[in-house]
Design a protein around this ligand. Structure first.
Ligand code: AMP
Length: 225
């Protein structure tokens, strides 16, 4: 199965992506993690995008497209995957379509997680993420607390409130999200790939609704794999 997850920050995209990975054995592809990795490694791309990420702005499309293209052109390229955070703009969607076509791959569905802005802001204030590059998992003190306070369940690192999760930054990120998402979704709606799922329910219910939405596909995307 090949999926794209769309949703504002705080919609629980990362959590649902993780569940889809375990349920269907997919490769997780998170551009947020990949870009933070480029920053940590001090690559040219990393140096260029660091201030943008800190301000909650999007990295330039050509740079993100290139990071994703490198992965898909590599020897162990993913064939069954869930995209978390890419494509995020219409122009990225067009570049991703072309890349997939070149690789003889096609998308099965675009899951659109919907949630009001104020709920996003409320949720994000409780978000704590693992700073480890190998890990990168995010918890939430309100909805998904780590087993030991402030420690990552997987690797034990001390969890942090990321700069890009601070309220002012979140409002800016939401602004960017709305500005970019309409045209992205219309593009995928035209291709009849979009499955809208409310992200205000508890995590387990959202996951069940995603599965149901995927099964509702006329070709039975979830049943097929
Ligand atoms: P995320 O972890 O997906 O919330 O991404 C964190 C930050 O990385 C975003 O606020 C953006 O600055 C940047 N980023 C991640 N994915 C993309 C993308 N597809 N296009 C542009 N910027 C991105």
């Amino acid at each position: 199965m090949r999926l794209v997850l769309v949703g504002p920050p705080g919609s629980g995209k990362g959590t649902q992506a993780e569940r889809l990975v375990s349920e269907f054995g997919l490769t997780y592809i998170g551009t947020g993690v990949m870009l933070r990795d480029a920053i940590a490694r001090g690559t040219e791309t990393g140096k260029h995008i660091e201030p943008l990420l800190k301000q909650g702005l999007l990295a330039p499309d050509p740079m993100v497209n290139e990071v994703v293209a490198e992965l898909f052109r590599s020897e162990g390229r993913p064939t069954c995957f869930v995209m978390d955070g890419y494509p995020r703009t219409y122009s990225q969607a067009i570049a991703f379509d072309a890349l997939l076509k070149q690789q003889y791959l096609s998308l099965d569905a675009v899951v659109n997680l919907t949630i009001p802005d104020d709920e996003v802001v409320r949720r994000i204030s409780g978000r704590r993420c693992c700073p480890s590059l190998q890990c990168g998992i995010c918890f939430n003190v309100n909805f998904r607390p780590p087993q030991v306070s402030d420690k990552c369940d997987r690797c034990g690192s001390t969890l942090i409130l990321r700069d890009d999760d601070k309220e002012e930054t979140v409002r800016r990120r939401l602004g960017e999200f709305h500005k970019n998402t309409d045209s992205l979704l219309s593009h995928y709606r035209q291709k009849k790939l979009v499955r809208d799922v409310s992200a205000t329910d508890p995590v387990d219910v959202i996951f069940e609704n995603i599965i149901a939405a995927l099964r509702g596909d006329p070709d039975g995307v979830a049943a097929k794999h």
